[in-house]
Design a protein around this ligand. Structure first.
Ligand code: DSN
Length: 397
């Protein structure tokens, strides 16, 4: 590179990434092919609109790129083009959820004073900001109701969620998480949505790669819409896509319009190409093995930490992520201290609230761990046993 300052910083970051154990549950390590597509000349092209109907000339090639990404996304999740529509343009998960809500949930109408309602998992229970958190636009533009986990099980109590949904009558239920370690029963969520007449939207950003690899249940038989980022367990570039069930409600047309002209201008065709590369990679038999190993590793890491006396939320995990209570009502250390102690020893995690957290989000009671990146590096169960011991020693030092 001619820009030596940026070149130096890129090298520094490469060195940092190589030198640490990465347990950030939402990160992964992409292939050289994904990097090549990201860094390709596709970045030079403006392509506002959709394949075959763009506002700029010269889109012969990027139309093919985008159509290939769509076809591969459908194939990866075993979906038919006649039943599902895919929008591969969202730049990331939060704006993808936001755009989808603008399409499907009514905003405040000054004439009638009516305002649509979103129901999602509370942030401290493992939900996401865009699932209706009061500080997020999704909790301001729409009314929002948030469900929490069962206190005894630290898992979703479907009966409680159903009661709340029937009382609150949300327009849309978003089901998915950023810090919930367990399998979600999508069939039960479908029943809950039907019981109150809500749209069922699944945010599978965290577990999309596990669904693709057959290591986590698929939400597609039950959802009306599914959004996923492509850079977590799916191991692609930083991007997002939205799947929309095709039916008479025409959500597909509404969501396409919400993306452009509603929210975005030109799509990032280099990133769409990189996402297409990752969809092909995730459809290979090796990826199935990878996804299964991710879950095996997380289960072992959770079990070993539990044996060493740590409180693992919900008693374990069914996925790639673990929520660990390091504070343990004053018997341990706060999540922020835990995260910085581990970082000093070369283990990267993020501090995280735990269900019913009495401490604030900037100094919460726990940390979140994930096994996607280290499994990409070839780590197996025995490595997780050693890692748990190392973490325990650091946290108790
Ligand atoms: N904050 C991301 C995560 O780490 O899960 C999601 O936006």
């Amino acid at each position: 590179m001619k820009d030596k300052q940026i070149e130096k910083l890129i090298k520094e970051e490469e060195k940092r990434q190589k030198s640490v154990v990465n347990l950030i549950a939402s990160e992964n390590i992409v292939s050289e092919d994904v990097l090549k597509a990201l860094g390709s000349k596709l970045t030079n092209k403006y392509a506002e609109g959709y394949p075959g109907r763009r506002y700029y000339g010269g889109n012969q090639v990027v139309d093919k790129v985008e159509n290939l990404a769509i076809a591969r996304a459908l194939k990866l999740f075993k979906l038919k083009m006649t039943d599902w529509h895919v929008n591969v343009q969202p730049l990331s998960g939060s704006p993808a959820n936001f755009a989808l809500y603008t399409a499907l949930v009514p905003m405040f109408d000054p004439k009638t004073s009516k305002q649509g309602k979103i129901m999602g998992m509370k942030l401290s229970s493992g939900g996401h900001l865009t699932h209706g958190y009061p500080g997020s636009m999704t909790g301001k533009i729409w009314k929002s109701v948030q469900f929490e986990l069962g206190k005894d099980t630290e898992m979703i109590n479907y009966e409680d969620v159903k009661k709340l949904a029937i009382t609150e009558k949300p327009d849309l239920i978003v089901c998915g998480f950023t810090a919930y370690p367990r399998v979600v029963d999508f069939k039960k969520f479908r029943e809950i949505a039907d019981a109150c007449g809500a749209i069922l939207h699944v945010d599978m950003s965290h577990f999309a790669g596990l669904v693709a690899g057959g290591a986590y249940p698929s939400p597609f038989p039950y959802a009306d819409t599914v959004m996923t980022t492509t850079h977590k367990s799916l191991r692609g570039p930083r991007h997002a896509i939205i799947f929309v069930k095709k039916d008479t409600r025409e959500f597909d047309k509404k969501i396409d319009k919400a993306i452009i002209p509603g929210l975005y201008g030109g799509p990032h065709e280099n990133t769409i190409a990189a996402a297409a590369v990752s969809f092909l990679e995730a459809s290979k038999p090796e990826f199935k093995k990878y996804a299964k190993q991710v879950v095996k590793n997380a289960k072992v890491l959770a079990k070993e930490l539990q044996k060493l006396g740590w409180h693992i939320i919900s008693g374990g995990t069914d996925s790639h992520l673990i929520l660990m209570d390091t504070w343990m009502e004053g018997k341990g250390i706060p999540g922020k201290d835990a995260s910085s102690k581990l970082e000093k020893a070369g283990i990267i995690v993020n501090m995280n609230t735990i269900p019913g957290d009495t401490r604030g989000p900037m100094d919460p009671s726990g940390i979140r761990l994930g096994t996607c990146a280290e499994t990409t590096r070839g780590k197996k169960e025995k490595d997780m046993v050693a890692l748990a011991k190392k973490m325990d020693k650091i946290l108790r030092s």
